[in-house]
Design a protein around this ligand. Structure first.
Ligand code: ADP
Ligand code: MG
Length: 326
């Protein structure tokens, strides 16, 4: 047994590190950060992870530390923002070193990989709940907004989509994955990669972007709504991992189109920018695939490899609606 930690010992031991860019970090009533340079805007986003809702009680705390920051960095990526710093509001049932130590390790490993610092937060006893706020910067007018898609734009997606849902289905007993397919799928669900470098490289190239957290089509719907456009998606062009390619077509499509938690970037760019998109992807060392086209006609149309219409039964995840039936 470890001696029980007080709130301030806990903060000092696990969440206090030397400041980097911040003028003042953890320990005072507020953190102090330099204001963005002239011509830059501050990008701010929060994401909350609730036990039982976003993660299971027995999840590996190190992976959870990674994921809590990754999903927040993904929002900065989708905006084309450069990550700067973050805060962590934490509710914990107890100050358990066996949980806190690996959690902090996973959190700071990803923070270090992006050279960002934890500048403050809050710690309280309660049902396990993590709320992070990330801060980033973006040159004025260059943020990749959801509202920027234009008719004629290509629709692109990064990496592969559907693996997190594939892993979740296995964990929930909806289907069973071969043992050799499990590590890669679970890595996508438990340790997502925020596409920060790609978001930065797409500044000035992409018209609109969003990260895929609730399902590709559901998130695409937000772009359509805010841009007041429609889309045709070539469902079989959506990039899939080797494990997903081995699944029956209906399951593969469900995972790719309705599955969330992939944290890939979905973005649009004019056809004249195809080479620029590919160059940006190469700079970011991230694969991108063209999966459709933005139309002036409102609505979401799906077609298969033969150009035949596919029914859209792929509603995404919504916390206040029943889960979609498989
Ligand atoms: P206050 O009462 O002024 O809100 P607290 O006593 O809650 O301050 O927190 C003390 C300091 O520790 C503050 O600088 C706060 O930002 C920081 N802090 C609290 N919890 C965390 C945490 N989980 N991670 C990082 N910093 C934290
Ligand atoms: Mg406080």
């Amino acid at each position: 047994m470890t001696a029980s930690l007080g709130e301030f010992d806990l903060i000092a031991r696990y969440f206090t590190r030397p400041v980097r860019r911040a003028a003042l970090g953890v320990g005072d009533d507020c953190a102090l950060l330099p204001a963005p340079a002239a011509g830059e805007q501050l990008a701010v986003s929060s994401d909350m992870l609730v036990e039982g809702r976003h993660f299971l009680p027995d999840v590996d705390p190190e992976a959870l530390g990674h994921k809590a920051l990754a999903v927040n960095l993904s929002d900065l990526a989708a905006m084309g923002a450069q990550p700067l710093a973050f805060t962590l509001a934490l509710a914990l049932p107890q100050a358990d070193a066996l949980w806190l130590e690996p959690f902090a390790r996973g959190l700071f490993a990803l923070a270090d990989a992006h050279a960002i610092e934890l500048v403050g937060g809050d710690t309280t006893r309660g049902p396990r709940n993590l709320c992070l706020t990330v801060l980033g910067t973006v040159p004025q007018g260059q943020a990749l907004r959801r509202s920027g898609a234009r008719p004629g734009d290509d629709l692109w997606v990064s990496g592969t989509v559907g693996d997190a849902r594939l892993a979740l289905g296995h964990r929930l007993g909806e289907w069973s994955l071969h043992a050799t397919a499990q590590p890669a799928a679970f890595a996508r669900m438990d340790r997502p990669t925020p596409r920060v470098a790609l978001g930065l490289a797409l500044r000035g190239v992409a018209h609109a972007a969003i990260d895929v957290s609730d399902g590709l089509l559901a998130d695409l719907g937000h772009v359509l709504e805010q841009s007041q456009v429609g889309v045709t998606v070539a469902v079989d062009a959506c990039p899939a991992s080797p494990a997903l390619l081995q699944q029956p077509a209906a399951r593969r499509r469900l995972c790719q189109l309705a599955g969330g938690d992939d944290y890939e970037l979905l973005f649009t760019a004019p056809p004249t920018a195809r080479n620029a998109v590919l160059a940006a992807a190469a700079r970011a060392d991230t694969a991108v695939t063209r999966i459709g086209q933005i139309d002036a006609q409102p609505g979401l149309r799906l077609i298969d490899a033969q150009g035949q219409a596919v029914d859209n039964v792929y509603a995404g995840f919504d916390h206040f609606r029943p889960d979609p039936t498989v």
